[in-house]
Ligand binder design. Structure first.
Ligand SMILES: [Zn+2]
Ligand SMILES: [Zn+2]
Length: 251
């Protein structure tokens, strides 16, 4: 078993609300500087820059999981993680099918930059990514499980775009193994939201800017780094939210 300091919720410049500085090489450099060994790229409703970040991380020792942050029919954010960029892109195709038609308005929402491993622009995603797809939270979670991925309700302790803010409870039988916190420490979250008291609770930065990377770190105890091992570690509570690491902003 080895310990991996991880931040499993990082946006790139593909997310219109993220900084244009969020390029593959700069994200990798910032993650290494923050002492991370494991990150996940999780853009809004898209996995278009995952492979580029993975390529930028090659031979650096940093492991990059493939992901996206889906916005469900209920405006709830769910982080969806996969072993490979190919699997993430397959899920992205399904997400795109359920996105409302409509183009991004760069002047209003921001740019949606597709980048290569060196950080050069290779295109722009035209469709509007900041939108809710037609699938509900349970449908998405079930589908991710079926596809061998890991679904983590994102920043459940935030007052918007979260499972607890929008639904008030964790739907009974919700097929997930853990929840992600965006503001609170696990102890504070358990006190404030009794509905998650018995759930494994991890923390991640939800970085939209380079400075955010690693501000909330969870250390996982893993035999190998893959979705199966990560799910197992979550269920077995083989992880620790690092309350005193980096620029943590826990409340
Ligand atoms: Zn979110
Ligand atoms: Zn996010």
């Amino acid at each position: 078993m080895a310990l991996y300091r991880a931040d499993l919720h990082i946006h790139t410049a593909l997310s219109p609300c993220a900084g244009e500085e969020m390029t593959p090489p700069l994200i990798v450099a910032a993650a290494l500087k923050a002492g991370l060994q494991l990150i996940a790229v999780t853009d809004h409703n898209s996995a278009g820059n995952v492979a580029a970040v993975q390529e930028a991380a090659r031979n650096t020792g940093l492991i990059v999981l493939a992901g996206l942050e889906v916005q469900t029919r209920e405006d709830v954010h769910l982080v969806c993680l996969f072993d490979t960029a190919e699997e993430a892109l397959k899920w992205q195709a399904e997400v795109y099918r359920h996105l409302p038609a409509g183009e991004n308005r760069e002047d209003y929402f921001g740019l949606q930059l597709l980048l290569d491993a060196a950080g050069r622009e290779i295109g722009r995603e035209k469709r509007l990514l900041l939108a809710s797809i037609g699938l509900g939270v349970e449908e998405v979670a079930r589908e991710i499980m079926k596809r061998g991925g890991l679904c983590l309700p994102a920043h459940v302790d935030r007052p918007s775009y979260s499972l607890l803010a929008n639904l008030g409870i964790v739907p009974p039988g919700m097929p997930v193994v853990a929840m992600e916190l965006g503001l609170l420490s696990p102890a504070a979250a358990r006190k404030k939201f009794p509905t998650v008291a018995n759930w494994p609770l991890v923390a991640a930065s939800d970085a939209h800017y380079l400075n955010d990377i690693g501000r909330r770190i969870t250390e996982y105890e893993l035999e190998v780094v893959n979705i199966t091992a990560l799910s197992h570690a979550l269920q077995q509570q083989q992880f620790k939210v690092m309350l005193d690491a980096g620029r943590n902003k826990f409340r």
